[in-house]
Structure formats: structure tokens, C-alpha cells
Design a protein around this ligand. Sequence first.
Ligand code: M1P
Length: 246
Amino acid sequence: MAVRNPGLIALFDVDGTLTAPRKGVTPDMLKFMQELRKVVTVGVVGGSDLVKISEQLGNSVTNDYDYVFSENGLVAHSEGNLIGTQSLKSHLGDDKLKEFINFTLHYIADLDIPIKRGTFIEFRSGMINVSPIGRNCSQEERDEFEKYDKVHNVRPKMVEVLREKFAHLNLTFSIGGQISFDVFPQGWDKTYCLRYLNDFNEIHFFGDKTYKGGNDHEIYESEKTIGHTVTSPDDTVKQCKSIFLS
Ligand code: M1P
């Protein structure tokens, strides 16, 4: 029987690494992760909140993996238990939050893009998620916005304005998905989750957006991790087989 190496952990981004963007995990990937978990501790770290990660990886996600770090680890679970949360509301205070949210909603109201839907701002535990089209657009509308944004740079332009306007708040703006960007205090990127992994002397991180500006960049570059860039969920499996199972 395979024996787990206690000092070793494999940590995975979700969108583009374990699943296609915002899509559910395949049965094959689920099975592979359970096989991998027999030989190595396995964790996931996503920018999304736990509701979205559960939609993608399954409702039993916090039990299926040894660690689940949602919102970059600002909400942390281990073996099914909540082990830590971070609060944006306590960190910034309501006055600054209101100033940011009011400005952002005005900016979106003035934005001329082909379609708008609802939920332009999602207030999470440790971050704000901003979507110019609105989070409750359909999958088709989401895919269309992503294409439109690649040509018109709606999100990069908006981030540039917000970054300048709110420079005094020391915020990070991270475009990790198709229709939105995440806003959180500096340092609350995916490296935040590493504080829960001090018992591991070898942390392998797998992510697709490891380039500068991508939301996997900081953790990929961290001196505490061995970073691996993947191009798809299939590539994740391929690389893991060669690193952990060969
Ligand atoms: O995991 C990457 C991103 O996934 C979603 O992005 P979008 O809805 O734009 O595709 C969001 O949950 C976002 O917070 C997250 O970083």
C-alpha cells in the first residue's frame, strides 16, 4: 500500500488547473485527485468563494481534499473544518469600503458595453469581486464578454483607474477569471494560504496563470513553493503523474 510522504503537499489552483474556467470537475480528475491523495497531501487554492468552488469541485470539497483555501485562503478549511477567516470589512472599515463601492458602481453605470446584467459587486469575506457585465450573466454571455474584453480591455482600463484613485488603500487588483476582477489588500493574494502550511517542507503549487499579473504569480514565485505552470487540467494530471507517481 502507498505511504504518504508527511512533509509534502501538492496545492492546486482551480480554474484552468483542475477544471476548465468556471466549469465543473470531470469524474476522471476527481478520481485522479483521490489517487494522488493516497501518496501526498492535497490542497486547493482558488480566488473564488467557497460556494463557487463547491459548485465546481463538488459539495463535499472540504472533505475531499486535505486543505481547501477559498478566496486565496482568506477562508481556510482543513479536513472539513474551518481553520481561519480574514475580514475585509474589519480591515478597511465601512467608510473606505463605501467610498470604493460607490465609485466603482458609478464607473460601471457610465460604462458603455454591449450588455449588462446584475450583481456588479460581490462582497466576500476577504475580498470584493467586481464584474462590469454583472455576475449573474449566462454562460454564453460570460464567454462573449471575455472575448469582448480581450479586444476592448474593459477590465484592465477599469483597474488602472481604480488603482490610481484608491492608491492610498494599498489594494491589489487581480484579473483571474472571465468576467470580473478581485480586489483585496496587498499580501492577501494566494500566498496568504501558505501560513497554514508551515508543517510542510516541500510545497508544490500548480497553476495556469503564473505569469506576472496573473492571480497565480505570487504563490508560484514564492520562495516557499516549488511552482509548476500548467496549460490545462490534462497537463496538471500529466505533470503530477511524473512528479509524484512515477
Ligand atoms: O478563480 C478565478 C476567478 O474565478 C471567478 O472569476 P470570473 O467569474 O470572472 O470567471 C471569480 O470567482 C474570481 O473571484 C476568481 O478569482
